[in-house]
Ligand binder design. Structure first.
Ligand code: FAD
Length: 533
């Protein structure tokens, strides 16, 4: 098979124009093109250019060798790379203790799936509930202002990304095409085929719920075991190696291999690991607000006359501004046609994030507008980032009125540093509700100053971004883990053998796809450590 890169066609081309364009590009007769498959489809929506679709294609022709020879100087054509997945080994028959995966978010799911596929019969321990029950608890906060600290947006089957936009792309380097394995498994579990070839795939919340259940069934059918409402409260270490886990029930589970895929919100478990001396480091993360605009404004700014085209869907954006006080402000986890959600896992704290359905057809576009911070901004050691997040989230709870409503402000008022008293044309989507006021004290002064400078600058890139009536809600603090549970080349903790810190909580992923990829890497490393003895 041959790979043809960067074949451009107009947005509204007829289906038969694609094989015709391939034949023309390869200088072959149409009949010589035996088959083709779209490997990737993206678009070029830069202003001042006609909007075009860009295809990467896998192609079968009658005589590949002759074509490759003839097109030898053309760097857009070559043999298709092998993107299929190859297992690193199979479990030995005499494995004494089953490996344990802590956490059933995307990282834990893929670690468990791979271990199960290699015959390791993993046990998964998840502190939250199975996904249907968890959905009810999560809606309890959104609709009735009642938080369940063990079953919410952050904790439970599927992990943090279950109630999300389900964006499935990442900027990680992926020379082994592990992201392809993640996407292929998602398709097997019920995701639409298109996630394999569109450039920015997403699946939305409702589909994710069903997919997560099917992946659990696959793991179980392969000999794995998934246990819910089983919080790990301690770890047992002997002679620098993991020997077991303690559960909240008091049960002790003997094991020599643990994948710790905790997510960025397992603050109590971070503390346990820290107390037990597991090597950890403070790391940079970001804090800020969510912003909401009419989706139509973003579509218009990005796609002009093509706004609303079904192949393009609801438009997204990505923005960065380097503020004069040295801070970087950037858009984070942009959710086209979505809603802002209450994402706290701790009582009396308010955290915002965003989600959407597959259709992305809600009225508003939302995104985090966040400011990068480093451990120098929160001195005090490894756990100081958690304390810093907690302080901002508690402050937001008070500013929001003390009932899980989010504090909010119109963009025009925020820029003018004047409290908002009345909504304008943009109706905020955050449930249980928004309390208008002044966000001036919701973040450290340097962050407020940087966001105030960034919004008008963003308005120059997306016309109307700094519109008066756009709404800010806060606070956005769980952008990534505030710490790293550092591991070596073999993916094991630097000072506890058999402990494999993984995914977003350990500081090795940011997003669903990269967390899934990290789960695969760590499962492979665990398998190899067993096989090498
Ligand atoms: P998590 O998904 O956080 O999973 C960790 C799991 O560990 C949790 O289920 C938790 O309950 C469990 N756990 C924690 N402590 C313990 C313990 N002591 N014992 C047992 N179990 C424990 N990313 C994207 O790529 N695209 C998006 O569109 C997107 N939207 C998002 C929207 C929202 C509202 C949120 C909150 C996040 C979103 N993200 C998105 C980020 C994405 O969800 C995370 O990057 C990803 O889930 C990280 O995966 P993980 O497996 O490392 O951790």
């Amino acid at each position: 098979m041959l790979r043809l890169n960067e074949l451009r066609l107009p947005l509204d081309h007829a289906p038969e124009a694609l094989p015709a364009a391939i034949a023309q590009r390869l200088k072959i007769k149409p009949a010589e093109l035996l088959a083709f498959e779209v490997f990737k489809r993206s678009y070029d929506a830069r202003r001042g250019h006609p909007l075009t679709l860009i295809y990467t294609l896998d192609i079968t022709v009658a005589n590949e060798a002759a074509l490759l020879k003839r097109m030898a100087g053309d760097n857009k054509i070559g043999p298709s790379p092998d993107t299929s997945y190859h297992f690193v080994g199979q479990a030995p028959a005499n494995l004494q203790h089953r490996p344990v995966v802590v956490g059933f978010g995307p990282c834990g799911i893929f670690a468990a799936l791979l271990l199960a596929q290699m015959g390791f019969n993993p046990i998964v321990l998840e502190r939250g509930k199975e996904v249907r029950q968890r959905t009810k608890d999560t809606w309890g906060l959104w609709r009735k202002n009642v938080l369940n600290p063990e079953s919410n947006v952050q904790f439970g089957e599927g992990g943090a990304g279950t109630f999300s936009d389900g964006k499935l792309y990442s900027q990680i380097k992926d020379p082994r095409h592990l992201g392809r394995k993640v996407l292929a498994e998602f398709v097997k579990a019920g995701a639409p085929d298109e996630i394999l070839y569109v450039s920015k795939p997403h699946i939305g919340t409702f589909r994710l719920v069903g997919m997560v259940e099917r992946m659990r069934e696959t793991i179980t059918a392969l000999g794995g075991e998934v246990r819910f409402e089983q919080k790990v409260t301690d770890i047992l270490i002997e002679d620098g190696a993991i020997r077991g886990l303690v559960l909240e029930s008091g049960e002790q589970l003997r094991t020599d291999h643990v994948v710790m895929a905790l997510g960025h919100s397992a603050r109590d478990t971070f503390q346990v690991l820290h107390d037990r001396g597991v090597f950890m480091e403070a790391k940079p993360f970001s804090v800020g607000f969510r912003i909401e605009h009419p989706q139509s404004l973003i579509d218009q700014a990005r796609f002009g006359k093509h706004a609303g085209h079904p192949l393009l869907g609801a438009a997204d954006y990505k923005l960065v501004h380097h503020a004069s006080n040295g801070r970087s402000v950037y858009s984070f986890c942009m959710c086209p046609g979505g809603t802002v959600v209450a994402a706290t896992s701790e009582p009396n704290r308010v955290v915002t994030n965003g989600m959407s359905q597959y259709s992305r057809n809600e009225r508003n576009a939302n995104a985090g507008i966040v400011v990068g911070i480093t451990p120098d901004d929160y001195p005090g050691g490894v756990m100081a980032g958690v304390a810093f997040q907690r302080e901002l989230e508690s402050r937001a709870f008070v500013l929001g009125g003390g009932n899980y409503e989010a504090p909010g402000q119109l963009v025009g008022d925020f820029i003018a540093n004047r409290a908002s008293t009345q909504l304008g044309s943009v109706e905020p989507s955050y449930k249980p509700g928004v309390k208008l006021g002044n966000l001036d004290t919701a973040l450290p002064a340097y962050a407020i100053e940087a966001v105030r400078e960034a919004l008008p600058a963003f308005g120059k890139q997306i016309k109307g971004f700094d519109m008066h009536d756009a709404v800010l809600t806060g606070v956005e603090t769980r952008t990534s883990s505030p710490l790293r549970i550092t591991r070596g080349e073999d993916c094991q903790s630097l000072n506890v053998r058999g402990l494999f810190p993984a995914g977003e909580g350990a500081g090795y992923a940011g997003g669903i796809l990269s967390a899934g990829v990290d789960g695969i890497k760590v499962a492979e490393a665990l398998a190899l450590s067993v096989l090498k003895g």
